[in-house]
Design a protein around this ligand. Structure first.
Ligand code: C5P
Length: 217
């Protein structure tokens, strides 16, 4: 049996940063499921697919050639790590990730990864749908303003010209869509440990999770 650490939370909560560091410390595989949804969004937008056309969506899924390699993500052999963080992807990903066929495909792929490796996986439905059997479940959150500020600083550092107001707005819309969708909405699993990171540094959050895990491993 593999060891599974499942982390969910809203946009900009810091969960991916923490999950990545945790995986390194534990020598586990890390899977950023948000990046997978972003990658398929990129492919659909690039190919100009009408998301109401079932056949076209199935075609995308059946030809989805994705590779995760040392913190980089490759689609059809091309490195799209930076591209999928751009605002036009963030603005479309929540709509595309509601498509049932896409979720079904992603959940299957993610479950397979989790059954093969000791894993840290983060996303929106990891504690509830993908790894409900995880030995460790966390829900990482922070206030909307703090999360927007983090995204703003991140994008600014990467030279994106976007206002704080627009980011806050995008986060609000994305959270609402992710929490209210009918399939696998973002919610706090009954047995998840909730960590509010609004007033915590990355190190503090990582150490808190690490201590909880190490005590029980
Ligand atoms: O984590 P990140 O912000 O990169 O995720 C991008 C989007 O992908 C989320 O807003 C959500 O719509 C979707 N997603 C999802 N289920 C997951 C992970 C991400 O629906 N497990």
């Amino acid at each position: 049996m593999t060891i599974k650490i499942a982390i969910d939370g809203p946009a900009g909560s810091g969960k991916s940063t923490v999950a990545k560091i945790l995986a390194k410390k534990l020598n586990f595989v890390y899977v950023d499921t948000g990046a997978l949804y972003r990658a398929i969004t990129y492919k659909i937008l690039k190919e100009g697919i009408n998301i109401n056309e079932k056949k076209a969506i199935l075609n995308i899924i059946n030809n989805f050639d994705i590779t995760l390699k040392s913190e980089r993500i490759f689609l059809d052999g091309i490195d799209i790590t930076e591209e999928i963080r751009k605002p036009y992807i963030s603005q479309n990903v929540s709509q595309i990730s509601q498509i049932p066929e896409i979720r079904e495909f992603m959940v299957k792929l993610q479950k397979e990864l989790a059954n093969k490796n000791n894993i840290v996986m983060d996303g929106r439905d990891i504690t509830t749908v993908v790894m409900p059997d995880a030995q460790f479940k966390f829900y990482i959150t922070a206030t909307e303003e703090v999360r927007a500020k983090r995204r703003y600083n991140e994008l600014k550092a990467n030279n994106f010209n976007i206002s704080f107001k627009d980011i806050l707005n995008e986060i609000k819309i994305r959270d609402k869509m992710d929490m209210e969708r009918s399939i696998a909405p973002l919610k706090i699993a009954e047995d998840a440990i909730v960590v509010d990171t609004s007033d915590m540094t990355i190190d503090e959050v990582t150490n808190k999770l690490y201590d909880i895990i190490i005590k029980q491993l």
